[in-house]
Design a protein around this ligand. Structure first.
Ligand code: FMN
Length: 242
């Protein structure tokens, strides 16, 4: 191995080691207390919460899942959902896959965005409430308590899927005219949704992205006053998985 190759290999190992911990989870930026006491695979404190208005999410798992080619081969829309809950770890992993921070120093994301405006916000609809995802702090904060899942889409499966994501663009973050804001935000949200599709394929979950939604009432419901709700996405175990 020549000197250049050795240097590249050393740099690769150093960067890799700093990005991934040996447990395969990525320490989020600004989150120092992330739920050490949480059994990361089993519990659904977020889904069952009646009192908390914010959560440090478990560190997202950044290794695991199936090889990308197998996930692509398995990717499909599923419209039937078991009401089996998802764990807090799964919720954290889904949100991180969707649009989490994957480069700590620059705060860049798992999904690309036009001119890196990072205008797509994600709202998590679960039995206990609506939460907004703070990707930088790996954190959820309550927007509205109560079960609003069925408002996330007009399809009947939003009543049973344990999780729905609502994707909204914050136009204030985009330095474009309105036509370009509409175009680029609609493009960017597709990457976020596809990341979730691939996570679900890789983890044998069912998911359906939906455009048949009531955008204006969802915009008011989540308080996305500077933008627009673009798409929503139901997620859960397929029927028969319980
Ligand atoms: C932007 C967009 C909007 C969609 N809206 C809905 C919807 O409102 N309801 C629904 O059941 N499926 C919806 N879908 C899912 C498509 O119907 C589905 O992706 C398509 O039939 C291809 O199936 P596949 O995802 O299994 O390849 C939507 C997909 C996209 C990309």
């Amino acid at each position: 191995m020549n000197k250049y190759r050795m240097l590249c290999a050393a740099m690769f190992i150093t960067v890799g080691a700093s990005l991934f911990s040996c447990t395969g989870t990525q320490e989020p930026v600004g989150n120092t207390s992330a739920s050490a006491s949480v059994d990361k695979r089993q519990v659904s404190y977020i889904l069952e919460s009646t009192t908390k208005d914010s959560f440090d999410l478990p560190y997202p798992a950044v290794v695991g899942g199936m090889p990308l080619q197998e996930a692509l081969a398995a990717r499909a829309t599923g419209r039937e959902f078991s009401n089996k809950p998802l764990s807090d770890q799964q919720i954290s992993d889904i949100l991180w896959s969707a649009n989490g921070v994957n480069r700590k120093e620059s705060l860049m994301r798992t999904a690309p965005s036009a001119r890196n405006f990072q205008e797509i916000d994600i709202y998590l609809f679960v039995k206990s409430g609506i939460y907004k995802y703070d990707a930088v702090r790996n954190y959820l904060f309550l927007v509205k308590a109560g079960d609003h899942r069925r408002e996330a889409g007009n399809a009947a499966f939003f009543k049973t899927a344990p999780v729905a994501l609502v994707y909204a663009a914050d136009f204030e973050r985009m330095e474009y005219d309105q036509a370009a804001k509409d175009f680029y935000s609609a493009t960017d949200v597709g990457f976020v949704s596809q990341n979730v599709y691939l996570y679900c394929a890789s983890n044998k979950l069912s998911t359906c992205v939906c455009g048949y939604i009531d955008r204006e009432s969802l915009r008011l419901r989540v308080g996305a006053l500077n933008g627009k709700v673009l798409l929503t996405q139901a997620i859960g175990y397929p029927v028969g998985a319980e």
